[in-house]
Design a protein around this ligand. Structure first.
Ligand code: F6P
Length: 363
């Protein structure tokens, strides 16, 4: 029976468990065996009981649960070739030659490299006597399929990453809660949200909660933004708003790439507008908690598609990433998606913000 491994890697995201469940059950349904790799790439490098066969019932109750029940890690060892060599050996020892990985762009890039190196890794394992040539013979091609799991929604080529809508939901609830206390005291609140270098969570949350001002990395405020922001807040107050909510993406900066901090914004509101202002950093509450219906649905359909992609792959198939575009689950070229994702960060580094916005819009 063909053995398919499934792993979650990088920052956890709600919906990752739904993806694991779908991969396990679809693999079994298609006549294969499913193996969970625990603790991300760490588990693959370590081997032993970090790699376990999963039966149908082992994923019961996974669909709604937050985090990742098979664990994750930001693994250093896998970044180095000796780590990947150990990982390849553990794959062969377990008879696994197909891996479905649910993670962010860093995790998926590592997977693609692993696939590229695969024949060389096997040769090295045989030549240094760790494996016999006959043992590696049936596993000459490694199949990798990526699923994008991240709350940040920062991957090009897909409309949504697994986890982003659950996180957005939590952020909106948190802002609504702050709203009540802010309005009671007529206070200002500066709320920092996650997203790494991507402003999607901040922007969507500010639209969905009617925030007064938002800072995102892709479109930093121009020189003089302090006057602009205070002017807007003053106007809103004059119109009768009893609270001020400013949302700031954790990766926000100005046009010179100088970080804009929540405290800096708070001080402005306090000193210029005499607003009693507090800072709230939502932190990891944004990443935990149950998966919303969309992430349960998305992870299930994408998990099924990932197994189909494994079973239909030929040695010539480029490493696919399962995406969703205009509500259709699709297979895209993983490295092309990674290249486009990186070009947004590069445009920002080069202070070409129009290009960064253009690239994000093109997504
Ligand atoms: O990529 C997901 C994410 O939650 C980012 O939004 C955030 O910048 C980062 O991970 C935090 O990572 P850690 O949990 O390792 O501190």
């Amino acid at each position: 029976k063909r053995r398919i491994g499934v792993m979650t890697s990088g920052g956890d995201a709600p919906g990752m468990n739904g993806a694991v469940r779908a991969v396990v059950r679809t693999s079994i349904h298609m006549g294969c065996e499913a193996y969970a790799i625990y603790e991300g790439y760490d588990g693959l490098v370590q081997g032993g009981d970090m790699i376990k066969q999963m039966l149908w019932d082992d994923v019961r109750g996974f669909l709604s649960r937050g985090g990742t029940l098979i664990g994750t890690a930001r693994c250093m060892a896998f970044m180095e070739r000796p780590g990947r060599l150990k990982a390849a050996k553990n794959m062969i020892l377990n008879g696994i030659d197909a891996l479905v990985i649910c993670g962010g762009d860093g995790s998926l890039t590592g997977a693609d490299l692993f696939r590229d190196e695969w024949p060389g890794l096997l040769e090295e394992l045989v030549s240094n006597g760790e494996l016999k040539a006959d043992d590696t013979q049936p596993y000459q091609h490694l199949n990798i399929v990526g699923l994008v799991g991240s709350i940040d929604n920062d991957m090009s080529g897909t409309d949504a990453t697994i986890g982003c809508y659950s996180s957005l939901e939590r952020i909106c609830h948190a802002v609504d809660d702050v709203f009540d206390t802010a309005a009671s005291h007529q206070r200002g609140f500066v709320i920092e949200v996650m997203g790494r270098h991507c402003g999607w969570l901040a922007l969507m949350a500010s639209i969905a909660t009617g925030a007064d001002f938002v800072f995102i990395p892709e479109k930093p405020p121009r020189a003089g933004w302090e006057d602009q922001m205070c002017g807007i807040v003053r106007t809103h107050r004059q119109r009768g708003k009893r609270r001020t909510i400013i949302i700031i993406a954790e990766g926000a900066h100005d046009v010179n790439l100088t970080k804009i901090t929540p405290n800096q914004v708070k001080d402005l509101l306090t000193q210029r507008l005499r607003l009693d202002t507090r800072v709230t950093i939502l932190g990891h509450t944004q990443r935990g908690g149950q998966a919303c219906f969309y992430d349960r649905w998305l992870s299930t359909l994408q998990g099924v598609e990932a197994v189909n992609a494994v079973l239909e792959a030929t040695p010539e198939t480029v490493t696919p990433v399962i995406t969703i575009r205009e509500n259709k689950i699709e297979r895209s070229d993983l490295m092309e998606a990674v290249r486009l994702t990186k070009s947004v960060s590069k445009a920002i580094e080069q202070k070409d913000f129009d290009k960064a916005m253009e690239l994000r819009d093109a997504e």
